[in-house]
Design a protein around this ligand. Structure first.
Ligand code: ZN
Length: 200
């Protein structure tokens, strides 16, 4: 792609792993770092290395965590009778920021999508079933995105909840169909969350 530096070519190729970054953007990023941001580029490299090596998943909620149990799951001030199921850590963050929710979470790290090879196993649903079976949880708030796959996932989750004797609820209308929770404004999300409805 560019002149004689194999390291530069390697950097450009590596940057292309980022979502939405094609060859041209990757080249621009690499040049920018080399020309103007050497120091912060080194910080980025160090942070990336640490994060990639040390961040795993919480054994209880599957969110990213450096500890076996994340701070949210370990907290004694969270309500253990309500479990909110989300597709991704960004959805969890959006709910934490927009609502006063004080219960626990379960992060699917995806949604049911057979074409992409994402089934119940990949989403940790055996783990979720086990948790529902422990008898502590009374309500499961299903906060998957209102997309086709998100709705199919919600349907599946509601069945799991009922089978475990847990009440499944779903965020109310307001989150636009086909929308992703992370892009919905705070007050809309707070309202949809607050006026969630029993699924039947
Ligand atoms: Zn956790």
């Amino acid at each position: 792609m560019s002149s004689g530096s194999p390291l530069l070519a390697e950097l450009i190729e590596a940057l292309r792993c980022l979502p939405g970054v094609g060859g041209k953007s990757a080249q621009r990023m690499a040049f920018h770092l080399l020309e103007r941001e050497r120091e912060r580029g080194l910080k980025l490299a160090a942070a990336l290395e640490q994060a990639m090596q040390r961040i795993g998943h919480c054994s209880q909620c599957r969110n990213f965590s450096e500890e076996p149990l994340c701070s949210l799951c370990a907290s004694s001030s969270r309500d253990r009778q309500v479990l909110c199921v989300v597709e991704s850590p960004t959805d969890l963050a959006a709910i934490e920021q927009a609502t006063g929710y004080r219960g626990q979470y379960f992060v699917l790290m995806g949604r049911l999508s057979p074409l992409d090879g994402l089934g119940p196993e990949e989403l940790g649903l055996a783990q979720l079933t086990q948790r529902l079976g422990e008898g502590e949880i009374e309500e499961m708030i299903i906060a998957t995105n209102p997309t086709v796959e998100g709705e199919a996932t919600a349907h599946y989750l509601a069945q799991l909840a009922r089978a475990g004797g847990v009440r499944p609820t779903r965020l109310a209308h307001g989150v636009p169909l086909g929308g992703e929770l992370e892009y919905v404004d705070r007050s809309t999300l707070a309202h949809a969350f607050g006026s969630r409805q029993l699924l039947d």
